[in-house]
Design a protein around this ligand. Structure first.
Ligand SMILES: NC(=O)C1=CN([C@@H]2O[C@H](COP(=O)(O)OP(=O)(O)OC[C@H]3O[C@@H](n4cnc5c(N)ncnc54)[C@H](OP(=O)(O)O)[C@@H]3O)[C@@H](O)[C@H]2O)C=CC1
Ligand SMILES: O=C(O)C1=N[C@H](C(=O)O)C[C@H](O)C1
Length: 241
C-alpha cells in the first residue's frame, strides 16, 4: 500500500526560477508541507514568476479556491484593489502579497517609517542583480510608501531640493514623493539603503540579502499562515507580529 504524505499541499509557480527552485527544496524538506506539481492538487500556491504573469496566475488560483502567497514584484494600489475585488465573494480564501520576505528588509521598512517622521530629507538607493526585470524594486516602492506615511503623520511637507529640472533621470524616479535610485550590477543580489538627512546629521538604514535563502523562512511562514488569513494581507509584517 502506498503511503500518502500529509500536510499542506503546496504548488510553486516559477518553480524553475532563482527563488522558486529554493522554495521547492524547502517545502520538500518540511514535514508539514507537501509539494505538488499541479494547481488542481494544491491548497496553497506560491508565486515567484514575473510582473507580467502574476495577475493571471492569481486570478486562476482564486477561481479554483487556492490560497496564494505572492513574492513577485510589480504590485501597485490598482493591482492590490483588483485582488481585493477577486476575493470579495470568496469568503475564507487568503492571499498574502509581500514585497520582501527577508525579515531584515521588513524591519528596515518599518524603521524607515519611524525615521521619516524626524528628518527633512529621505532618499532610497536600491541595488540588485542585473537579471532583475523591474525597476524600481517592489521593496523600494513599499519603503517609499511607508516613508510618505511617516512624513504625513508628522505633518511634513515637501523635501528641500533646489534642483531646477527634477524630471531628468539624474534625480531618480519619484514614488510617493520619495526619490528612488535603482542600481543594477553583476555581483549584487538584493540591497537597499535609505538615507535620511536633517541639519547637521544623516541616518542611513541598510539591508543586504546576500543569499536567496534569506527569503525562505518568510515564505514558509506565509504558506503556513495563509489558510487562516482570509482576504488580502500586504507585507510580512502582520504575520511576524
Ligand atoms: N518578495 C520577495 O521577497 C522576493 C521577490 N522576488 C521577486 O520574485 C520574482 C521572481 O524572481 P526570480 O526567482 O529572481 O526570477 P526568475 O526569472 O529566476 O524566475 C521566474 C520564473 O517564473 C517562471 N514563469 C514566467 N512566467 C510564468 C508563468 N506565466 N507561470 C509560471 N511560471 C512562470 C519563469 O520560467 P521560465 O524561465 O521558463 O520563463 C522562471 O522560472 C521577481 O518578480 C522578483 O522581483 C525575488 C526575490 C525575493
Ligand atoms: O528581484 C529580486 O531579486 C528581488 N525582488 C524583490 C523586490 O523587487 O523588491 C525583493 C528583493 O529585493 C529581491
Amino acid at each position: 500500500m502506498t503511503q500518502q504524505r500529509t500536510g499542506i499541499r503546496v504548488v510553486v509557480l516559477g518553480a524553475r526560477g532563482r527563488v522558486g527552485s529554493q522554495i521547492c527544496q524547502a517545502i520538500h524538506a518540511a514535514a508539514d508541507l507537501h509539494l505538488v506539481e499541479d494547481l488542481g492538487d494544491a491548497e496553497v500556491a506560491v508565486d515567484f514568476t514575473t510582473p507580467d504573469a502574476v495577475m493571471g496566475n492569481l486570478q486562476r488560483c482564486i477561481d479554483r479556491g487556492v490560497h496564494v502567497v505572492v513574492g513577485t514584484s510589480g504590485f501597485d494600489e490598482a493591482r492590490l484593489d483588483q485582488v481585493r475585488s477577486w476575493l470579495a465573494d470568496r469568503s475564507g480564501l487568503g492571499v498574502v502579497v509581500a514585497p520582501n520576505f527577508a525579515v531584515g528588509a521588513v524591519l528596515m521598512t518599518e524603521f524607515a517609517e519611524r525615521a521619516a517622521r524626524y528628518f527633512d530629507s529621505a532618499e532610497i538607493v536600491e541595488m540588485h542583480h542585473p537579471n532583475k526585470l523591474d525597476a524600481p524594486s517592489g521593496t523600494a516602492t513599499h519603503t517609499a510608501e511607508m516613508i510618505a506615511a511617516g512624513r504625513a503623520a508628522a505633518g511634513r511637507g515637501a523635501m528641500p531640493d533646489a534642483t531646477q529640472d527634477k524630471t531628468g533621470p539624474a534625480r531618480g524616479s519619484e514614488v510617493y514623493g520619495v526619490r528612488i535610485h535603482a542600481v543594477r550590477a553583476r555581483g549584487l543580489l538584493a540591497h537597499q539603503q535609505v538615507l535620511f538627512g536633517s541639519a547637521g546629521e544623516t541616518l542611513t538604514l541598510r539591508h543586504d540579502s546576500l543569499d536567496r535563502s534569506s527569503f525562505i523562512p518568510g515564505v514558509l511562514l506565509a504558506v503556513r499562515a495563509v489558510p487562516d488569513r482570509p482576504g488580502l494581507t500586504v507585507g510580512l509584517g502582520p504575520l511576524l507580529s
